[in-house]
Design a protein around this ligand. Structure first.
Ligand code: 5AD
Ligand code: FES
Length: 353
């Protein structure tokens, strides 16, 4: 079966720790330093000291959802909406290819009705520009399975769609008109269509607790995710959660959750996220120390990226993505790892192919 080997190597296949309750209190009791050390060891066993780079292109901040935490929610009339043209996206990818990137992530707000056809055409063009060894990852929300199929045929390989929280009631209360079930169905559809599947969640949403975070990690494992993106919830002033005065949890919570993720999913590609870097100056480094092995420099054209504000105090807004590259290699070196431009498939997937 898929990844059976990796499961055996996973720390948590140890029989004495196989019970949920035991695991949960074990996790609660461990000092962060211990968790970090263990996770780092597993990460280095799987991925060595490599940190894979993904060029992130936030191609549109138009969104048809109204999630209470998100700065680009439909009801936020204060932001400038933008959509990159196909030419702008192609130009950005070309620059990325010249710089040696082998993965691009095309991300946008969710559920645009006009996206399916446009994206199919764009992918055909991008496929002509990029060699076989370049991977395209999409992250544009929930669509019917047939749409995912078309995009796969057109040349997409991977898809990111965070489930945000594993608590269905919390999910429904934060994302009006949406259900966790539908989102999980979309992840299943993507799996069936042959994508490498990525999901993830926020750490510290109002209404969650340590148990929720633990269950979030278990759900990632149940879903056999190739990629897991997590980051701290950071309030945005022009959202309902921001106005209610909610605060972020300290970075330590994200670090502890990252470590647990790595221990449970030794095979996964786990990015050190921009949200972590925005909450704490060493946030991304701390995630890299605790089992993360991916960075996603934001290569969105600099005049547009300031409008893609999901949360407050987002970093790197004035830097060109290409400037971030040199900054990132220093940061990565500071934790004893090194940047890799390889395509960086999940080892789970390498085994399956
Ligand atoms: N704080 C942190 N992360 C956020 N996201 C959306 N809003 C926020 C916020 N206020 C995350 C969600 C989404 C991803 C693209 O960004 O998890 O899936
Ligand atoms: Fe963007 Fe450091 S990573 S400026």
């Amino acid at each position: 079966t898929l990844g059976a080997n990796w499961e055996e190597k996973s720390f948590f296949s140890l029989p004495s720790l196989s019970q949920r309750e035991t695991l949960f209190s074990w996790w609660e009791d461990q000092p962060t330093e211990t968790l970090t050390k263990m996770a780092d060891e597993v990460c280095r066993k799987t991925y060595g000291n490599k940190v894979y780079l993904r060029g992130l292109i936030e191609f549109s901040n138009e969104c048809f959802c109204d999630c209470l935490y998100c700065g680009i929610r439909r009801s936020n009339a204060k932001i400038t909406r933008y959509s990159l043209t196909d030419e702008e996206i192609i130009e950005t990818v070309k620059r990325g290819l010249q710089r040696g990137f082998h993965t691009f992530v095309l991300q946008s707000g969710e559920n645009r009705a006009d996206l399916p056809e446009r994206m199919t055409k764009l992918l055909f063009t991008l496929r002509k520009i990029a060699k076989e060894d370049v991977a395209f990852t999409l992250s544009c929300g929930v669509y019917p399975r047939e749409v995912y199929r078309e995009w796969k045929k057109a040349g997409a390989h991977r898809y990111l769609l965070r489930f945000e929280t594993s608590d269905p009631r919390l999910y429904a209360s934060l994302c009006p008109g949406k259900t966790l079930d539908r989102r999980l169905q979309a992840l299943e559809d993507l799996r069936q269509e042959g994508y490498a599947v990525g999901s993830g969640f926020m750490v510290g949403l109002p209404g969650e607790d340590a148990r929720t975070r633990f269950e979030n990690v278990l759900l990632c494992r149940d879903l056999r995710l190739e990629m897991v993106g997590i980051g701290p919830f950071i309030p945005h002033p022009d959202t309902p959660l921001g106005k209610e005065g909610h605060k972020s949890l300290p970075i330590e919570f994200t670090v502890r959750t990252t470590a647990l993720l790595r221990l449970f999913l030794p095979w996964a590609n786990i990015p050190a996220t921009t949200a972590a870097g925005s909450l704490h100056p060493r946030g991304r480094e701390m995630m890299l120390e605790a089992g993360a092995n991916v960075l996603m420099p934001n290569i969105t054209p600099v005049e547009k990226k300031k409008h893609y504000l999901l949360y407050a105090n987002k970093i790197c807004l004035d830097e060109d993505g290409w400037e971030c590259l040199s900054c990132l290699s220093l940061r990565v070196a500071s934790v004893g790892k090194t940047i890799s431009f390889e395509r960086g498939e999940s080892v789970l997937r390498e085994k399956a192919q």
